[in-house]
Ligand binder design. Sequence first.
Ligand code: ADP
Ligand code: MG
Length: 501
Amino acid sequence: MSIAVELRHISKRFPGVIANKDVSMSVKSGTVHALVGENGAGKSTVMKILYGMQRPDSGEILVNGQPVHFKNPNDAINASIGMVHQHFMLADNFTVLENIILGSEPKRGITIDFAAARAKVVEMAAQYGLDIDPDVLVEELGVGQRQRVEILKVLFRGARILIFDEPTAVLVPQEVDDLFKALEGLRAQGMAIIFISHKLDEVLRVADDVTVIRQGSTVAEVRSKDVSARQLAELMVGSELPKPSTLGRTRREQITLALKAVSIPGSKGGRDLISNISFNLHAGEVIGIAGVEGNGQAELVEVIMGLRDHSGSVEFNGSAIDGLSVSGRHHLGIGLIPEDRQRQGLMMNSPLWENRILGHQYGKPVMRGFVIDKKSTIESTRNIMAEFDVRAPGPEVAAAALSGGNQQKFIVGREMSKAPSLLVASHPTRGVDVGAQGAIWELLRKAREAGMAVVLISADLEELIGMSDRLLVMLRGSITAEFDPAKTTPEQLGSAMTGAA
Ligand SMILES: Nc1ncnc2c1ncn2[C@@H]1O[C@H](COP(=O)(O)OP(=O)(O)O)[C@@H](O)[C@H]1O
Ligand SMILES: [Mg+2]
């Protein structure tokens, strides 16, 4: 693969700040190359330099192997570089077609050849999978479609090297999927794509290569398949992130949860969904449940939460609770972080304060007698947000407006606010960013120290090993192995999960 762009030791100083100091990166044709770094790391500056909007103080730029010295964006455009801006620069009262050709109109004599331009735009749109109606006014378009117009505009000028500066910041998830499909189409056509982002899950999804910059300097250039989000984040911040680790034992004498020969028969004589499960969980102890998804973990959670008929018995703090309803169990002090937070844990379109009530429709601070106490619910929502670092404008915003990590911290906060003596945590950090992950681990550690018992179900084996006091492996509905996490590797656990060990 040929190298489309090479930046060598680029430096740029503004009065009082060094924006870039020795940034190097090398971008191949036919690849998506991510540029990641914290806010202020210097990503936009170096891309403005590549696009001719800023002049570097020192360093070299090579395009297709040739040194270039751009004085302005026109020079960059002539060298087949295009920038898809984060804040779109389209004229609202013009059509899509007019916006795309604006500034580079094909002429026939002195008149614009609209027919030729139109044909070219329609062809490009089809070729790259950037579906759009050329005759609609831009003011009628949503953000995702405007971005498509920006991309087509850049392609219309002949760009083969495309710069996207935080293109997903303004998009909803569906639009992100569409953009990524378009990026894959562009890559397949041999374009070189530079994708700036600080969302590492997106970077790992879409990029072939990743350059990490920190405080203005390149600190790493890696293949995305060789790194985890965690490693990238550590490169970005330059220090180790919090690790899943419980540090010392806090297990107490008291048995919080006891399962005694619990089974759920399968339908029509099929094998049991879960079979003869027994264990004791002490106060201040974390039991980790490992297993390939679909081996009975979800049913185990349902049994503990009172959502499933079963044989055998479940005891909580010494008494059988088999007859108790879900809300009765909540009331007793059993909290749940559900597996699917968007479907089971939150009402996405309702404000946070209403979500505060979910599963807690009894007693203070949510209820006063039989009516909801809105004022005190809002107050308590505010407290949860402050204490559990839920970043959102306030209790009135809809749950859907929060990032995944903040939604999860809210759920954890809501469950912890009751100081439960037992927490069933199903994939508590799945899909959240590394910062929120560290915060959730810290919350679990503190609660465990205060005597809370935890059933932890996770597909993240490092999380299971790091956070648990004991590990049980579930396979086809049974507990088939037990491990001491202090002496277990993810590989050993993985083999046990598939029944290979
Ligand atoms: N035109 C400018 N004048 C002065 N300082 C700037 C200018 N552009 C960027 N900076 C500073 O340079 C640093 C890097 O900014 P930027 O490249 O925008 O970072 P990023 O895109 O990674 O968030 C920041 O400290 C920023 O404030
Ligand atoms: Mg920027």
